[in-house]
Design a protein around this ligand. Structure first.
Ligand code: FAD
Length: 457
């Protein structure tokens, strides 16, 4: 922690009222990616503010599942002891076509071999408060309304492949309606899927890349403290047809489970699928042993979208960066976005810190390269994987083959959760071989493996 952090904070409080203060960094959104970015910048001693339109704690539609990747980030932020009070689980029970396999999280030198299930109501509050304790100033119930673009610098996102330079963000106090411009040298947009400011600036989602859609509800269950989270790979519609999606039951350890259904595909192939009906059918067909029924529901189910595979571009401008869902950073293999929110927020903070130390806009532009280096090839393979499983026939055959091999499924779990060990030196090649071995039983494998072959060369 930089020794200057406290005096900077005091100066900030005095001049913000006058509207003259220029923060080192301003973060829009206090979800996983925004709070992580704010924490890492504040911990390094920078003068950082966060604008969050909701009052925390607040509900956030999510499966509430933290994988070992997410736990590692929380531990790095000093939240290891607090998060240990949540429900710890040891692995994934995967179920399909009458079979089930229990797969434990692998031993890994960098990640723990456990995860947690915790409501976003509690989790997001913990991380935002951690950022505040490190010195970030958080303005709750303050909505970012529009960016203040530096018109002295000409730019066109569609032509330049960069977002325009910003001077600040116009904000509105949700309760009083009072408008105020907050100024900053660097701005991190962590607004989630709504992406009001990013879209205003010209960032767009590539519609050819995977988008998920998911619906979840809370249910009381006698198995609320099961040591495994559960996924179902054969979810169906009310006519009994298998759908290109999955169902989950994640035990919260507090008398409840989080149960939901998700669809992951490209090119809007799930259009026309009724997710409410899908969830009802899933609860009726698959959740019996958990004691779930419409009667055990704690309230109405809510849903949301999952932008995947780094699908939004551009992700940077001279002094702007997009993180988490705003950058489309969810893992296409498994729909996990919390850890990637923490990781992209941390990466963005590192780039802003470098820029503030004198590296300037080059450091900001390096963010896209660093994202590509961290996730590019992996997500490319993930996109091919989504294309493959979007075909119900292929999905059916792959799942049936996988469910007869514990070793293969353990391996796939490591791949899908991005938990390959460093000694597995050629992960892309390994993924290729895993998918190929599964796909051999599927019709016309060449059709969907072409992309992977290219990716591994
Ligand atoms: C049904 C469902 C289930 C999921 N299950 C899981 C799971 O089990 N595990 C997992 O890892 N991921 C899961 N995800 C994905 C995960 O929820 C997201 O990837 C994650 O929340 C992204 O974090 P973020 O910080 O980018 O955005 P968000 O969490 O969406 O945070 C954005 C924040 O910005 C605020 N904001 C937005 N606009 C403005 C504005 N204009 N002004 C001020 N504030 C603003 C919002 O109020 C919000 O607090 C699920 C998603 C869905 C929809």
């Amino acid at each position: 922690m930089n020794a200057n952090a406290k005096p900077v904070e005091t100066r900030a409080k005095a001049s913000v009222r006058a509207g003259r203060h220029v923060y080192d960094a301003l973060v829009v959104g206090a979800g996983p990616s925004g709070s992580a970015a704010a924490y890492w910048l504040a911990d390094a001693g920078y003068d950082v503010a966060v604008i969050e339109r909701k009052r925390f704690p607040r509900e956030k539609t999510c499966g509430d599942g933290l994988t070992p990747r997410a736990v590692r980030q929380l531990e790095d932020m000093g939240l290891g002891d607090i998060i240990a009070r949540a429900h710890r689980y040891v692995g994934l029970r995967t179920c399909a076509y009458g079979h089930q396999l229990e797969l434990r999280w692998p031993d890994h030198p960098s990640f723990p071999s456990y995860g947690y299930v915790i409501t976003r109501h509690d989790l997001d509050m913990l991380v935002a408060e951690r950022a505040a304790k490190a010195g970030a100033r958080i303005f709750y119930e303050t909505e970012a309304i529009e960016p203040v673009i530096d018109t002295a610098v000409r730019s066109d996102a569609s032509r330049d492949k960069r977002l325009p330079k910003l001077l600040g963000i116009n904000t509105r106090d949700v309760k009083s309606g009072r408008m105020e411009e907050l100024k900053a040298r660097y701005i991190i947009l962590s607004e989630g899927t709504t992406s009001r400011i990013s879209r205003h600036l010209g960032a767009v989602r590539d519609k050819g890349l995977p988008l998920g859609m998911a619906l979840r509800g809370y249910y009381t269950s006698p198995l609320h403290d099961d040591p495994f989270i559960e996924s179902h790979l054969d979810v169906r519609n009310s006519h009994g047809d298998v759908l290109p999606g999955y169902g989950w039951i994640f035990p919260l350890g507090d008398g409840r489970v989080n149960a939901g259904v998700g669809l992951i595909t490209t090119a809007g192939r799930w259009k026309g699928i009724n997710t409410s009906e899908m969830l009802d059918t899933f609860i009726r067909n698959s959740a019996g042993k958990w004691g779930l029924s419409p009667k055990s529901a704690c309230g109405p189910a809510t849903g949301g979208r999952l932008p995947m595979g780094l699908s939004t571009s551009p992700k940077t401008g001279t002094n702007v960066l997009l993180t988490g869902d705003a950058a489309g950073s969810i893992n296409p293999f498994n729909g996990e976005g919390i850890s990637y929110g923490y990781e992209t927020g941390r990466l963005a903070a590192a780039c802003v810190a470098a820029a503030l130390c004198g590296a300037g806009e080059d450091a900001i532009y390096s963010y896209e390269d660093r994202l590509q280096a961290a996730y590019g090839l992996y997500y490319k393979i993930g996109r091919t994987f989504v294309r493959m499983i979007s075909n119900p026939e292929v999905m059916h055959r792959c799942v049936q083959a996988g469910m007869h091999s514990n070793a293969l499924m353990e391996w796939l779990l490591r791949i899908m959760a991005n938990l390959l060990r460093p000694d597995e030196t050629a992960p892309a090649e390994m993924i290729y071989r895993a998918l190929l071995s599964v796909a051999r039983v599927a019709p016309d494998p060449e059709d969907f493996l072409t992309g992977i072959g290219t990716a591994t060369r």
